[in-house]
Design a protein around this ligand. Structure first.
Ligand SMILES: *[C@@H]1O[C@H](CO)[C@@H](O)[C@H](O)[C@H]1NC(C)=O
Ligand SMILES: *[C@@H]1O[C@H](CO)[C@@H](O)[C@H](O)[C@H]1NC(C)=O
Ligand SMILES: *[C@@H]1O[C@H](CO)[C@@H](O)[C@H](O)[C@H]1NC(C)=O
Ligand SMILES: *[C@@H]1O[C@H](CO)[C@@H](O)[C@H](O)[C@H]1NC(C)=O
Ligand SMILES: *[C@@H]1O[C@H](CO)[C@@H](O)[C@H](O)[C@H]1NC(C)=O
Ligand SMILES: *[C@@H]1O[C@H](CO)[C@@H](O)[C@H](O)[C@H]1NC(C)=O
Ligand SMILES: *[C@@H]1O[C@H](CO)[C@@H](O)[C@H](O)[C@H]1NC(C)=O
Ligand SMILES: *[C@@H]1O[C@H](CO)[C@@H](O)[C@H](O)[C@H]1NC(C)=O
Ligand SMILES: *[C@@H]1O[C@H](CO)[C@@H](O)[C@H](O)[C@H]1NC(C)=O
Ligand SMILES: *[C@@H]1O[C@H](CO)[C@@H](O)[C@H](O)[C@H]1NC(C)=O
Ligand SMILES: *[C@@H]1O[C@H](CO)[C@@H](O)[C@H](O)[C@H]1NC(C)=O
Length: 481
């Protein structure tokens, strides 16, 4: 740039201009105090320290246009620079970002080792919040969106099939401690059909497997607040993306240090983040809360644990779930009960390329099968098989009954009514006896209470299949629940 010719004050002026630039090049490292700002002024990247721990310094990305400092990405969360050794973030000739402390020790680095032949690449902070390393032809060699910290912002393509735990969201340890805690969120390790929050290695909350429409709904509170979730599979597994219309307030999905997954939106009138949805809900929504074969009934005014049909509590409370009232005798008088608006259980077997009837057969032909569920993922943007047949062999765990149109049908294997399992002699005798009994009772009643109003007959029908009546709209419930 020929800066050597400029007087000192112009040199300083140039430095100021450079600080509002949006990119790092091999010629221009990022120093403590410098801030790079994305082209439209939405995001910033720089060094920072947190309250109560000013001795530790980090490099991170935050919202430039939001007064409450909120970090969406941190390079060195588990390896802070000691503040009395101020370092620098350099972009190398081999297209890598390297964070060094004042002794030249590497604190954090990318591992591209890509030489474009003359250092034409640059690290650019985009208005989406993505820090990308671009080659000259515009291809991204590396992007921070692939290495989330605790936050997903719109347009992050969050992989659910990654077994790479470094690509999960990992919560901060505390409000002022960005180091990795035991809470993480990502795709289930055994299937990319669902999202799980873990506390260490134990599941803490699970979103039901992707079903039909429910996943793809738009969340809308009023005309100027719409967010959409999309599931895309372009052949490399399912990805989850949140999008908002251009010009919307900032929205983020953050796994906070208490293990709660929060959807938040910037509220400019209160100048604060408004949480508009969070998981798990404070009821029996937590993973396996009601134990095996139990379910959380969210249709109750106070959500409570119940046993699935055909099961009874295993103990005084639901800590051990439920057990079968009567053993299933395989292939003899069993049928499937349709439970609507359910959160499908965990630990399913995902059988590909099945029609609904074939899926039913998968379950009914196997004595260990306790339930199945079927969906057509026609709304998933995928060129692959769109059928989703899930079967459960044995335990049904982490089940919930939703209070709205969310959830899907769960087909539960049940024994038919006891009568149908008895011998044909009983099949004939019992109804005949019952008819006579009823007849005599009626005659006796008529004789006894002649002139009184007739008694209403009580129904012995199971209430399980009664239409879902206590439905009320919970439009605010985003479909991730
Ligand atoms: C910061 O430290 C002060 C005193 O050491 C304490 O009172 C305060 O609660 C701390 N704040 C946070 C957010 O940890
Ligand atoms: C980078 O790649 C070159 C060859 O392309 C290799 O010689 C060098 O060791 C690599 N450096 C690192 C740090 O991996
Ligand atoms: C990077 O490349 C430029 C020219 O291509 C060279 O002048 C500079 O010394 C190189 N920097 C490093 C750190 O190798
Ligand atoms: C851009 O450059 C990279 C690295 O040289 C190369 O892998 C990629 O194919 C190029 N893309 C296009 C569209 O030319
Ligand atoms: C996190 O997990 C480790 C190892 O399982 C355990 O020692 C530690 O107590 C856990 N921390 C918290 C806060 O639960
Ligand atoms: C997370 O697990 C730890 C044990 O590792 C436990 O002490 C803690 O209560 C759990 N947290 C929640 C929110 O369940
Ligand atoms: C902002 O917060 C206020 C107070 O909590 C609330 O009444 C208002 O609805 C919020 N606005 C938006 C757009 O969320
Ligand atoms: C539930 O029952 C188990 C034993 O069956 C007992 O250990 C546990 O404390 C009980 N939990 C509650 C919340 O009552
Ligand atoms: C799906 O199953 C049908 C037969 O039921 C078979 O013809 C077809 O090739 C299968 N498709 C895939 C992708 O496996
Ligand atoms: C039933 O399913 C189990 C678990 O997948 C399997 O091991 C068993 O072989 C199946 N039995 C039949 C008869 O298909
Ligand atoms: C499906 O995904 C492809 C590639 O990501 C994209 O080009 C296409 O527009 C998407 N289609 C729909 C209907 O979202």
């Amino acid at each position: 740039m020929g800066m050597a010719y400029f007087p000192v004050f112009i040199f300083l002026f140039m430095v100021c201009l450079c600080q509002s630039d949006d990119r790092l090049t091999p010629a221009k490292p990022l120093l403590p105090g410098d801030v790079l700002i994305s082209e439209g002024g939405v995001f910033a990247i720089g060094f920072f320290s947190l309250k109560n721990s000013t001795s530790s310094s980090y490099v991170g990305i935050w919202y430039n246009n939001i007064p409450e400092r909120t970090y969406v990405w941190i390079a060195n969360r588990d390896n802070p620079i000691t503040a009395n050794m101020p370092g620098k973030l350099v972009f190398t000739n081999s297209s890598d970002l390297v964070l060094l402390d004042s002794t030249g020790h590497t604190i954090w680095t990318t591992t591209n080792n890509f030489t474009a032949g003359g250092g034409e690449t640059a690290a650019v902070l985009l208005d989406s919040g993505n820090l990308v390393i671009q080659s000259l032809n515009g291809t991204d060699i590396w992007e921070s969106f692939h290495y989330p910290t605790d936050t997903i912002v719109p347009n992050v393509r969050f992989s659910l099939s990654s077994v790479d735990v470094t690509k999960r969201l990992v919560a901060w340890k505390g409000p002022n401690d960005p180091s990795s805690s035991n809470f993480s969120m990502g795709g289930d390790t055994s299937s990319d059909l669902q999202i799980v929050i873990w506390n260490g290695t134990r599941p803490y909350w699970r979103r039901a497997a992707w079903g039909g429409e429910a996943v793809f709904g738009k969340f809308q509170r009023n005309s100027n607040f719409v967010i959409s979730q999309t599931i895309v599979d372009t052949g490399d597994g399912y990805h989850f993306t949140v999008t908002v219309p251009v010009g919307s307030p900032s929205v983020r999905l953050t796994l906070d240090y208490t293990g709660m997954l929060n959807f938040q939106r910037w509220n400019s009138s209160t100048s604060s983040w408004t949480v508009f949805e969070k998981f798990p809900s404070p009821t029996c929504d937590r993973y396996a809360f009601c134990g095996p074969f139990g379910y959380c009934d969210s249709t109750e005014y106070v959500p409570t644990c119940k046993c699935l049909d055909g099961y009874e509590p295993n103990g005084l409370n639901f800590s051990q779930g439920c057990q079968r009232k009567e053993e299933l005798k395989c292939g003899n008088g069993e049928s499937f009960l349709t439970l609507p608006t359910m959160k499908t259980p965990d630990k399913f077997l995902y059988i590909k390329n099945r029609t609904f009837d074939q899926c039913t057969a998968e379950c009914s032909h196997n004595c260990s099968c306790t339930a199945y569920a079927y969906a057509n993922l026609k709304n998933v943007n995928t060129t692959l098989d769109q059928t989703r047949c899930l079967v459960w062999m044995g335990e049904l765990v982490d089940v919930e009954k939703f209070d709205s149109t969310f959830g899907e049908n769960l087909y539960l294997r049940v024994t038919r009514s006891p009568v149908s399992k008895k011998s044909t002699v009983l099949k004939i005798i019992v109804p005949v006896m019952a008819t006579f009994l009823l007849l005599f009772t009626c005659i006796w009643l008529v004789c006894k209470s002649r002139g009184e109003t007739s008694k209403q007959e009580s129904s012995e029908e199971s209430t399980v299949l009664e239409p879902f009546q206590r439905t009320w709209e919970r439009k605010s419930r985003i479909s991730i629940g």
